[in-house]
Design a binder for this molecule. Structure first.
Ligand SMILES: Cc1cc2nc3c(=O)[nH]c(=O)nc-3n(C[C@H](O)[C@H](O)[C@H](O)COP(=O)(O)OP(=O)(O)OC[C@H]3O[C@@H](n4cnc5c(N)ncnc54)[C@H](O)[C@@H]3O)c2cc1C
Length: 258
């Protein structure tokens, strides 16, 4: 895309023009005040994550606390053609949060309310910044748990965006199987709800920020036997524990086994 907002760079990709960034900063600074940061350290934290790929600092980091604020950020950035990268917990490992073309990192960690847990329907509604450990603490009291265990500190919306799966996915399914609906904010600030009558389907062309989501949860089995690795799982089974209640908690590399 060629536009006055972009400046050409190597590789055919364009970095957003500093004049557009400045207009965006001017437009957002009144509403966000100290939650709009251009601090070097904050930008570096939001542009590297857990990936081995080269980091890419955003021009600024904005922390949103409500649907209205997410909509405002998207509207303003859309108006000035400034890229927006939603930031959950930054645990993704394929460079998804690296801002190689500049733009804004939209930090959603403060939107971390567990809106409802419906034990009868075995589902829950959470805001985008809820992390899975936080949700599990809440669910435990009701004999429930959220079954996608990826062994990292991750938000539910980051897990939706990456369609995360984990060590218990064969038994309980991945995010694709569990998510029942989303509330998302489109680039022009419009808020829409999407429901899935089957596995979650999203298109790479759907450019939106997930504001909240509804997901299935599972019942905690009292007889669930957690094994830290395959050797322990084999021990449990040979000691008489039923194979169907044994769950392996992490992946084991072939090197470790051989
Ligand atoms: C030790 C370790 C183990 C891991 N194991 C697994 C594993 O077993 N399975 C697995 O699938 N992954 C695994 N991961 C990768 C990572 O945890 C997942 O990709 C996770 O889903 C990312 O969640 P996050 O909240 O950290 O998202 P982030 O890293 O913050 O973001 C990931 C992507 O989601 C987008 N995003 C975040 N929030 C929103 C939002 N509200 N709306 C729209 N887009 C959004 C971001 O823009 C980015 O593109 C592992 C990572 C680590 C460090």
């Amino acid at each position: 895309m060629k536009s006055e907002h972009m400046v050409p760079s190597a590789g055919g990709l364009s970095r957003v023009a500093s004049s557009s960034v400045q207009k965006m900063l001017d437009a957002l600074s009144a509403s966000f005040d100290e939650r709009l940061s251009t601090n070097e350290t904050v930008r570096a934290q939001h542009g590297s994550g857990e990936s081995w790929l080269p980091a890419g600092r955003p021009d600024a980091v904005v922390t949103a606390r409500s649907t209205q604020e997410v909509a405002e950020v998207l509207r303003v950035c859309n108006q000035h053609s400034v890229p927006v990268i939603p930031f959950g917990a930054g645990s993704s490992i394929e460079g998804q949060i690296h801002a190689h073309l500049g733009g804004i990192s939209l930090d959603l960690a403060d939107m971390n309310e567990i809106v409802s847990v419906n034990a009868d329907d075995m589902d829950c509604v959470v805001q985008c910044g809820v992390v899975r450990q936080q949700l599990n603490e809440d669910l435990r009291e009701q004999g429930l748990f959220f079954p996608v265990d990826l062994g990292a500190h991750a938000t539910l919306s980051g897990m939706v965006a990456t369609r995360a799966s984990g060590t218990t996915t064969v038994r309980y399914g991945s995010m694709r199987d569990l998510v029942l609906g989303l509330m998302v904010v489109l680039p022009d600030g419009e808020v829409i709800k999407v429901e899935f009558r089957g596995p979650m389907r999203t298109s790479p062309r759907l450019q939106a920020v997930i504001d909240r989501l509804r997901s299935e949860v599972s019942a905690l089995r009292e007889d669930r036997s957690l094994a830290p690795d395959i050797a322990r799982a084999a021990q449990l089974v040979t000691s008489g524990v039923l194979l169907e209640v044994v769950e392996i908690q992490r992946l084991v590399s072939l090197d470790e086994m051989l």
